[in-house]
Design a protein around this ligand. Structure first.
Ligand code: UDP
Length: 366
């Protein structure tokens, strides 16, 4: 065997795992079916602007250990994500905070008045125990915010009615009684100064990397290369869908360069109505405070899409059916010798970047 580890997938999990193992003297081979490293955090320069090719990624964490680790490979700027919601041309700050409330209800001036406004709407809705996303959202922020800032966005994002979606999806979003537009509560936040791809490239220094190689096409030969295989692709695909498909939500991106210095004045604008088919427009130059060609800008429209085989899987759809199917695949995986699954796809979990890094660090240490 030439290598100790064959790591399938050059994304964040694969790169961190390979880096940690290489550091302790192990020999790693990383392969990826795509023609580039960095998985879904891959970014590349257009007009001198670092463009997030698979959706916007804002690094944030409250884990000291993760922050210490990533800052070995890149410096971060002081970007904080403060997206704006566009509902039929009305603009509101996100996440839901005093800026949102005072714009939504001009008679509201204080946190107390905002709470009272929302309380009256919650009482009128008469929901005792929220059974779905709609009821959960209304019991959190009342009907006005639900109708204007949650309903349309969520139904586009997930392709089904809010009454058919689990309540927990919405719990990710903070509600604040201060004028604070920072989407994340974590103490460490920022964008790598020279881009995510450079960061991953540095993690992979000294590691053998083969691109454009599909493990599933050459399983038998590749398996001979290493003692242990770390697989970061989708578990259902690995097992040839023998228990059926795990379901995902997919995304499609439409990126264009515009002949203007500034299109929307903010990195992320969410389109929360049903009039626009996309959920958001990302204007990449604002992640790096306007770096790049001052006369041009690059924007990406993000369209949620149904997933079917061959499409990129993005969000796992967490429901009972998928949990049961995933459990069966896990049992099967447990029976394979010298094979481990990791990362967002390998563990069928929607994870933020810091959670992926932590998972890879802990798996590598184990
Ligand atoms: N959401 C919403 N309106 C928004 C942004 C988010 O209703 O303008 C809801 C939506 O249901 C979404 C969930 O909040 O699925 C989580 O959003 P988040 O921004 O955390 O999702 P991500 O950007 O990670 O896909």
């Amino acid at each position: 065997m030439k290598y100790d580890y064959l790591i399938v997938g050059a994304g964040l999990y694969g790169a961190v795992f390979a880096q940690k193992k290489t550091e302790t003297g192990k020999k790693c081979l990383v392969i990826d079916r795509r023609g580039h490293i960095a998985g879904n955090i891959y970014s590349r320069k257009m007009e001198g602007i670092d463009v997030h090719m698979y959706g916007p990624h804002i690094f944030h964490t409250d884990q000291e250990k993760v922050w210490e680790y990533v800052t070995r490979f890149t410096k971060f700027n002081h970007f904080t994500y403060c997206p704006v919601a566009n509902y039929k041309g009305e603009l509101y700050n996100l996440p839901f905070n005093m800026n949102t409330f005072t714009k939504m209800w001009p008679d509201v001036k204080t946190p107390e008045q905002a709470r009272e406004k929302i309380r009256v709407q919650i009482d009128a809705a008469g929901i005792k125990e929220p059974k779905n996303l709609e009821e959960q959202a209304i019991s959190l922020v009342g009907t006005d915010i639900y109708e204007k800032l949650i309903k349309g966005y969520t139904e586009k994002q997930w392709g089904r009615a809010c009454t058919e979606l689990p309540a927990f999806i919405i719990k990710r979003l903070p509600v604040r009684w201060t004028y604070d537009n920072n989407y994340f509560n974590h103490p460490y936040q920022g964008i790598p100064l020279d881009g995510y791809t450079e960061m991953v490239k540095r993690m992979l220094e000294g590691v053998e990397v083969w691109l454009g190689v599909d493990y599933l096409d050459q399983k038998d030969e590749l398996r001979q290369q290493a003692e242990t295989v770390i697989y970061t692709g989708a578990m259902d695909e690995y097992f040839d869908y023998c228990y059926g498909e795990l379901q995902y939500r997919s995304l499609q991106f439409e990126t264009e360069t515009l002949d203007m210095p500034n299109f929307q004045g903010v990195a992320g604008m969410n389109y929360t109505d049903c009039d626009h088919p996309y959920t958001r427009i990302i204007e990449h130059k604002h992640f790096l405070f306007g770096a790049g060609n001052p006369d041009k800008t690059v924007i990406t429209k993000e369209y949620p899409a149904e997933w079917s085989r061959g499409e990129e899987p993005y969000y796992p759809i967490n429901n009972e059916r998928n949990a049961a199917v995933y459990k069966k695949y896990r049992e099967l995986a447990g029976r394979e010798k010298n094979l481990r699954f990791g990362g967002r796809l390998g563990t069928y979990r929607y994870m933020d970047m810091d959670q992926v890094i932590l998972q890879a660090l802990e798996d590598a240490e184990r």
